[in-house]
Design a protein around this ligand. Structure first.
Ligand code: PMP
Length: 418
């Protein structure tokens, strides 16, 4: 099977394909934290579809709700018309996520992908503030449409012909200049009109940079950025596409720093494994005119059904507490591995259920990933040189699989290092 699948893919799929080159195997089924290939190999998944499977593959609640919905011929596609599935999702989101956090946001369904949410946020911010400039940060990743790419910091994805960096300024993210507080530069930029730099409509940021190499901004840095935004009437957009939905330990990654963003982009795991993205908008900022920003797939009802089912995890104290127990296991285990290789100058960064081990060398990271795959562990990397091994197991991965995965990682790393 895998031979002919590889031939078909090489013959038919664009050269742009990526993961099918990195993991040249045919994947057949998946359940919880286990992936199975067509050859019958089983893998523990520490990659989770780049953060879109926080509740695991085919989470039981979503699977059951979807089967029931389809068997009753529930509405699948409805543009942005009113459906029961959408209403149920909105009510659960309000009751389970917004109200307990005393948050008040309008919700715009932006399409299937994270990029769609970022694109909508940038447009709305420009329209609301009546300014065209946006500030973003080094190593940021916000997507691949021209607008979201313009605020993405990895040059590999850019081409001079896109003309996409117009009206965008990049500033150093927290930690980029070691101990230097980079908000000083932001403050200068916002207050010093002699530079000729126009005041931005918004600042867009990730509180933990996922694709950029697991860089964790400090609470103080985030709070300072927010207060500079308020002081200069600039909107704050938090892109929680990768580290929201519980990945950081809290449902929203900015809860720990106590931020109150004007807009929040959510996607990936919000759909319980199905494509869904949305934008949370502070009501005063919702200056859209009806139909002004549209799209055929603004919220898909199957995704609403799955999303509604997985949100109920947040009413379960054992699920919520379990995230922190597993986070501790991950952190302690990875720290001890770093200790064992203390002469290597590696760095462990992360929070909650997202950790990055910076091994300073993309080729070495790749070797570890390949070896881990052979051993039965699915891992990925991030960072400008793919030098950061990325650990993102499902939030509810069973303890024995978490331990087993970490053991497989240790063995794979040691095999590559010896
Ligand atoms: N923002 C962040 C923080 C992301 O991690 C990603 C995807 N890795 C995106 C935006 C873009 O999402 P999508 O790939 O679904 O368009």
């Amino acid at each position: 099977v895998s031979g002919s699948a590889t031939d078909t893919i090489e013959r038919m799929e664009s050269e742009v394909r990526g993961y099918s080159r990195l993991f040249p195997h045919v994947f057949q089924s998946a359940s919880g934290s286990t992936l199975t290939t067509a050859n019958g190999q089983q893998l523990i998944d520490f990659f989770c579809g780049a953060g879109s499977l926080n509740y695991g593959h085919n989470p039981a609640a979503a699977k059951q709700a979807l089967l029931e919905y389809i068997s009753q011929d529930g509405i699948q596609h409805s543009l942005d018309m009113m459906t029961e599935a959408k209403t149920r999702f909105l009510e659960t989101f309000e009751r389970t996520i917004l109200q307990p956090r005393s948050m008040n946001y309008k919700i715009q369904f932006t399409g299937p992908t994270g990029t769609n949410a970022v694109e909508a946020a940038l447009k709305l911010a420009k329209q609301h503030r009546k300014r065209s400039h946006i500030v973003t940060f080094t190593n940021a990743y916000h997507g691949h449409s021209l607008g979201s790419l313009a605020v993405t910091g990895n040059q590999y994805y850019h081409s001079e012909h896109y003309g996409s960096h117009n009206n965008v300024s990049f500033l150093p993210y927290d930690g980029y200049l070691d101990d230097f507080d980079t908000t000083i530069l932001l403050e200068k930029m916002l207050s010093d009109t002699s530079s000729g730099m126009p005041l931005p409509a918004a600042i867009v940021l990730e509180t933990i940079q996922g694709e950029g190499g697991i860089h964790v901004a400090s609470d103080a840095w985030l709070q300072r950025v927010q207060s500079l935004c308020r002081q200069h009437d600039v909107l704050l957009i938090v892109d929680d596409i990768q580290v929201g939905n519980g990945r950081s330990g809290d449902f929203f990654s900015f809860e720990k720093a106590g931020l109150n963003p004007d807009m929040v982009c959510l996607s990936k795991s919000i759909g319980g494994g199905l494509p869904l993205s949305l934008l949370l908008i502070r009501p005063e900022c919702d200056v859209w005119q009806p139909g002004q920003h549209t799209g055929t797939f603004r919220g898909n009802n199957l995704a609403f059904v799955a999303a509604n089912a997985v949100l109920n995890h947040w009413n379960d104290a054992s699920f919520v507490n379990g995230i922190w127990d597993r986070s501790k296991t991950l952190r302690e285990s990875l720290s001890s591995i770093v200790q064992e290789h203390s002469h290597e100058n590696w760095e462990l960064r992360g929070r909650g259920m997202i950790w990055g081990l910076d091994v300073r060398d993309g080729r070495r990271a790749r070797k570890v990933i390949d070896r881990a795959f052979q051993n039965g562990l699915m891992l990925e990397s991030s960072g400008s040189d793919d030098e950061v091994l990325k650990f993102m197991p499902a939030l509810n991965i069973p303890d024995h699989q978490l331990h087993q995965g970490l053991q497989l990682f240790r063995e794979s790393l040691n095999a590559v290092m010896c």
